[in-house]
Design a protein around this ligand. Structure first.
Ligand code: NAD
Length: 353
C-alpha cells in the first residue's frame, strides 16, 4: 500500500499530519502502509520552480494512491498561470488519467444545524456523487468565440463515447455495491442526444449489477430533489458539467466544508484523495483547521483503492465518535460543544480508533 503524500500549501501540511497519524496507527495494527512525501503546488514552486516537478511526478506515478492536502495561496496569485499552484493540481489529475470524481456528502446528525436546510431534511444525509471528469462539453472540440454574420458567436461541443460512459457507469455501480445498492443516473435526455446515449448505456450496463437498482432523473429535477428530499439518493452518477454543479450543490447541503472528503480515480482504482476544501490561507499556521475531511479522505482511500472496507469504517466510526463526544474545530463549533485545535482533533480520532 504505497501512498504518495503531498501536503501542499496553507493548512495542507497541518491537516495531512493528522491523517498520517491515523494511517501510522493502522500500519501498527498490521496494514502494510508505506508513505513518502513530495511537494505540490506553491510548496513545489518554492523548492523547484514549478508546481508539479519531476520528483513529485515520479512518486505519484509509482504510488498506488495519493493523499493530498490542498494547494494555493495569495503569495502565488501573481505568478504566470502555468506556474500557479492550481496548475499543479490540474497537471497531476491529467497525468494520472483520473476520470472519476467521487464526492460524498454526509451530514452527521450532530452537525445538522450547520446546514441551511431544515435539520429533518438533511440529518443523516449520506449520498455519493460520481462525476465524469475528463470528457463532456468541458473538453469537447470545436470550441471558441468568433465573429459570424457580423456578431460574436460562442460555441462548445458536448460529446461522450459509449466507452467513456460505460467506464464511469462501472465506477458508480461498483461504489453502490459498497453502499446501499442504488444508482440514480442524471441526464437531460429530453433535449440533448449525447445524454440520451448516456441513459441508454447506463441502462445496458445495469444487468451486470443485478443487485443494484438503477433509476434515471433529468438534471433539472435532480437539482430540485437535492434540496427538497436529498435523502432519497444513494449514488448519483452524471457527466462532467452536470456533476460539477450538482456536487457543489450537494456539498453545501452539509454546510461544513471542513468535513468533506473526495476521491479521483483512474481505470484501475488508483486514486488521488483530498479534502474538498482549499488551502484556507486565512487560518494557515494557526493550528485551528479541521483535519476531518483529510482523515475521511484517507478512509476513502482505504475503501476505493485498497479494498479495506473494515479499516475504512474503523476510521469513519472514529470520526463519528469524536463528533458524538462534542469535540469541534472552529468551523463546526456551536455553543455547548468543546472547541479544539487541529492536533487535539487528531488526538481524539486516534484515541477513538
Ligand atoms: P478555502 O476552501 O481554502 O476556504 C474557504 C473558507 O473555508 C475559509 O474561510 C477557510 O478558512 C475555511 N476552511 C476551509 N477548509 C477548512 C478547514 N479544513 N477547517 C476550517 N476551515 C476551513 O477556499 P478559498 O478561500 O476560496 O481558497 C483559498 C486557496 O485555496 C486559493 O488559493 C484557492 O485557489 C485554493 N483552493 C485549492 C483547492 C484544492 O487544493 N483542491 C480547492 C479550492 C481552493
Amino acid at each position: 500500500m504505497k501512498i504518495a503524500v503531498l501536503p501542499g500549501d496553507g493548512i495542507g501540511p497541518e491537516i495531512i499530519e493528522q491523517a498520517k497519524r491515523v494511517l501510522d496507527a493502522l500500519r501498527s495494527d498490521g496494514l502494510p502502509i508505506e508513505m513518502e512525501e513530495a511537494p505540490l503546488g506553491g510548496a513545489a514552486y518554492d523548492q523547484y520552480g514549478q508546481p508539479y516537478p519531476e520528483v513529485t511526478q515520479k512518486l505519484a506515478r509509482e504510488a498506488d494512491a495519493i493523499l493530498l492536502g490542498a494547494v494555493g495561496g495569495p503569495q502565488y496569485d501573481t505568478l504566470d498561470r502555468p506556474l500557479r499552484p492550481e496548475r499543479g493540481l490540474l497537471a497531476i489529475r491529467k497525468d494520472l488519467n483520473l476520470f472519476a470524481n467521487l464526492r460524498p456528502a454526509i451530514l452527521y446528525p450532530e452537525l445538522a444545524n450547520a446546514s441551511t436546510l431544515k435539520p429533518e431534511v438533511v440529518a443523516g444525509l449520506d449520498i455519493l456523487i460520481v462525476r465524469e471528469l475528463t470528457g463532456d462539453i468541458y473538453f469537447g472540440q470545436p470550441r471558441g468565440v468568433e465573429v459570424r454574420d457580423g456578431e460574436r458567436f460562442g460555441f462548445n461541443t458536448m460529446h461522450y463515447t459509449e466507452s467513456e460512459i460505460r467506464r464511469i457507469g462501472r465506477v458508480a455501480f461498483e461504489a453502490a455495491m459498497k453502499r446501499n445498492k442504488r444508482v440514480c443516473s442524471v441526464d437531460k435526455m429530453n433535449v440533448l442526444e449525447t445524454t440520451q446515449l448516456w441513459r441508454d448505456v447506463m441502462t445496458e450496463l445495469a444487468p451486470e449489477y443485478p443487485e443494484v437498482e438503477l433509476t434515471h432523473m433529468l438534471v433539472d429535477n435532480a437539482a430540485m430533489q437535492l434540496v427538497k428530499a436529498p435523502k432519497q439518493f444513494d449514488v448519483m452518477v452524471t457527466g462532467n458539467m452536470f456533476g460539477d454543479i450538482l456536487s457543489d450543490e450537494a456539498s453545501m447541503l452539509t454546510g461544513s466544508i471542513g468535513m468533506l472528503p473526495s476521491a479521483s480515480l483512474d481505470a484501475n482504482n488508483k486514486g488521488l484523495y483530498e479534502p474538498s476544501h482549499g488551502s484556507a490561507p486565512d487560518i494557515a499556521g494557526k493550528g485551528v483547521a479541521n483535519p476531518l475531511a483529510t482523515i475521511l479522505s484517507a478512509a476513502m482511500m482505504l475503501r476505493y483503492t485498497f479494498n479495506q472496507e473494515q479499516a475504512a469504517q474503523r476510521v469513519e466510526n472514529a470520526v463519528k465518535a469524536v463528533l458524538a463526544q462534542g469535540l469541534r474545530t472552529g468551523d463546526i463549533y456551536e455553543p455547548g460543544t468543546k472547541r479544539v485545535g487541529t492536533r487535539e482533533m487528531g488526538d481524539a480520532v486516534l484515541a477513538a480508533l
